[in-house]
Write a protein that binds this ligand. Structure first.
Ligand code: KIV
Length: 421
């Protein structure tokens, strides 16, 4: 439409938040709406994608990968809608997230991505091509020289469209020849790439190996000091978070993650794990690394993504699982009642959770007398020692048959019909 044309023609201010000049600042690139949506069965409507994108902006995500515009006309419209909405809302601190669209290394994909993201104040095209021998030979059926040529031509094409923020990913970098990576990465930098994302596409590397790969790329790729190095770790061996942190330690300053760790196959590094690990241990163990994420929005975002995608979060999932701040064993409950730091390294309130009960205590068959006494006292029952012993015996008998006892169960235990002193 003509208003769209006018929009595209106007001179776009480039917002570069000052915090990214900080060498210890780690950008969080969220790909829930792209890689996350590739989880089998996790399809989202355009409205749900927009809601999630708004929530990601509230969370303070630096870059939102909003989708893969060539995948379908709906995907293109959804990315464009996010670019027009979230991508144009500048907050009082000058923050507005980068809106990114994925494309393979071909003109149609790149043009579709640009058509969708160019409406944002800070648009990015993310283009990728495989670089491992196994992918080049069996999937692309191209020689390494041809792959370098395609990559540089297509980064150049993205630049020719007017895109100034171009991310390039050598797909399956975790299994690629490092010497070949240095070569192709140096060429795409010359062609205009501004972020080099290193994907461990099949979740194959170990943390020490992935960290070394990032360090070696930084050391051996001409021009790499002028671009941002990024990680994208899949979770096939359950190592995505560990690999991502190893990459950050080795110098990556953009980390690609998803909410609840959703994504292809076993998923991606999860935003909440990576961010909270950096928050809890960044100063001591990661040379002072920090992110711009506001953790108090984590719990709500996690729930929204789980509800919209239908992908439930397992109870023992780190940070956002239902049991992440629950304590059942008597020894742990006793410790928690004395001092919370005994068994918690962060507070549920940090991620925006409100605990139903002060010490996160779940009364079950492993619980002790101290926890029962405390809960009864919170409910207004101060029992003398002998009576408490009796109630405790009854409590254990019921707890053996039930997963956990609610306040209503406790009231029933104390009621005249059930409790015979
Ligand atoms: O896993 C992968 O290699 C990807 C790239 C497109 C970054 O998702």
């Amino acid at each position: 439409s003509s208003s769209e044309r006018q929009f595209l023609q106007r001179k776009r201010p480039i917002y570069v938040p000052s915090r990214i000049d900080d060498p210890s600042y780690v950008r969080i690139f969220d790909t829930t709406l792209r890689d996350g949506e590739q989880s089998p069965g996790a399809t989202l409507t355009s409205k749900e994608k927009l809601d999630i994108a708004r929530q990601l902006a509230k969370l303070g995500v630096d870059i939102i990968e909003a989708g893969f515009p060539i995948a379908s006309p709906d995907d293109l419209l959804a990315v464009k809608g996010i670019a027009l909405d979230v991508g144009n809302r500048v907050d009082d601190d000058g923050y507005v997230p980068v809106i990114c669209g994925l494309s393979r290394c071909n003109k149609a994909d790149i043009a579709a991505a640009w058509e969708a993201v160019s409406h944002a104040l800070r648009p990015r095209i993310h283009t990728f091509i495989a670089t491992s021998e196994i992918h080049m030979k069996h999937k692309l059926r191209k020689s390494p020289d041809e792959v370098v040529q395609i990559a540089t031509d297509m980064v150049g094409y993205a630049k020719s469209l007017g895109c100034q923020d171009i991310e390039f990913s050598p797909e399956d970098a975790g299994r690629s020849d490092p010497e070949f990576l240095y070569r192709i990465l140096a060429e795409v930098i010359k062609a205009g790439a501004t972020t080099l994302n290193i994907p461990d596409t099949v979740g194959y590397t170990l943390p020490s190996e992935f960290g070394r790969l990032i360090a070696m790329i930084k050391e051996n790729t001409p021009g790499s000091q002028n671009v941002v190095i990024s990680t994208h770790c899949q979770n096939d061996l359950g190592l995505a978070t560990a690999n991502t942190l190893a990459g950050a330690y080795a110098g990556a300053r953009q980390l690609e993650v998803t909410i609840n760790g959703i994504g292809e196959r076993a998923g991606n590094a999860s935003l909440e794990e990576v961010v909270m690990a950096i928050r809890c241990r960044g100063d001591e163990q990661l040379n002072g690394l920090h992110t711009g994420i506001k953790p108090k929005h984590i719990a709500v975002t996690s729930r929204m993504v789980s509800d919209y995608t239908g992908m439930t979060v397992q109870p023992h999932k780190a940070i956002v699982g239902a049991n992440a701040f629950a304590h059942e064993s008597g020894i742990h409950q006793d410790g928690m009642l004395k001092f919370k730091g005994t068994y918690e390294i962060m507070c549920p309130e940090d991620i925006g959770l409100v605990r139903a009960d002060e010490a996160g205590i779940v009364l079950g068959k492993h619980s002790g007398r101290h926890a029962l006494k405390t809960r009864l006292s919170q409910l207004g029952y101060e029992l003398e020692s002998k009576k408490l012993d009796d109630v405790f015996k009854r409590f254990k008998a019921v707890a053996d048959k039930k997963k956990s006892l609610s306040d209503v169960d406790l009231e029933a235990l104390l009621s005249d019909e059930v409790f015979q002193p």
